[in-house]
Design a protein around this ligand. Sequence first.
Ligand code: NDP
Ligand code: OXD
Length: 309
Amino acid sequence: MAIVIIRQDGKSEEWKSAIQELAPDTNVYVHGDDFPKEEVSMALVWKHPENSLNQYPELKLVSSMGAGVDFILEDPGLPEQVAISRVVDPLLAEDMSEFVLALVLGHIKNLNTYHGDHRRRWWQPIAYTRIKDTSVGIMGLGQLGAKVALDLKGAGFQVSGWSRSSKDIPGITTYAGQEGLSDFLNDTNVLVCLLPLTPETEGMLDEKFFEKVEEGTYLINVARGGHLVENDLLMAIENGKISGASLDVFQQEPLGVNHPFWEHDNILITPHVASVSDMDSVASLLLENYRRLTDGDALRFEVSRSRGY
Ligand code: NDP
Ligand code: OXD
């Protein structure tokens, strides 16, 4: 039994060290090195190359090294019989919550606009909005969305949330399914996308969707670039349905140098950093599932292939 790490961002060796420090007796390999492939029972992946997983004949479990699994399920070479799991870490949820809080506050206090004005040496006061007068709507009330919702509520915002199945979260107005979407959007000044990317949610932030939002809604997308039809956002900002956006994720990452988002005054760009897997904390979670796999115990944080998350 062994673990293989498959990533393309140059961080595999660092992860290998973090895992081996916690479990010195475990065989941990880096994809691309020379080692017996048939030893590997668990693959730890982050945006791995297509058709790398099917090189491991004894693979039983593929774990994302982050919260999302969209890139695993999209791999045409994903072996059919393997289980899939992901990272569920309170630290990841805390980091996401802090990031979203920063973006919402920056928006209601006009910080992005002042940043542009500063560059132009313009002294131009703008009316601000108070926390208690701001309704934030969270799309996706899972591990991250629910934490964000509760923390924003605790900070004094009016908060609602939308998910696939009904939820009962104290202090949060919740809506579910397509039938609840319009009411949810009517209730929202700032919309935060924290959905997983699935065939159902792909491209859902599109022209038709933007027609349904309240005039002047602000969009925060910290989920996946695939949720957003990027040209439709530009049109929605042009026609005033959307007042602006903070975007952490994009159809193509890194965002191309000629992309129109870079030049847009009402769009704040961050480079997919809302919440980054903490190596020490995540290494021990990944090892716990490896131990469970090895001992034949039930796995944690398994993903449903049919739901797509
Ligand atoms: P979860 O799987 O815990 O939660 C997903 C939520 O989305 C659930 O509430 C689910 O509803 C809801 N949902 C799924 N499909 C639909 C649908 N069709 N309609 C309505 N609601 C739906 O995910 P996490 O909270 O852990 O993570 C969310 C995403 O955040 C990740 O998939 C990842 O893409 C992104 N992410 C981004 C990061 C960044 O740095 N930018 C960092 C970490 C994650 P229900 O509860 O009913 O099942
Ligand atoms: C994740 C991410 O899914 O970093 O964890 O986007």
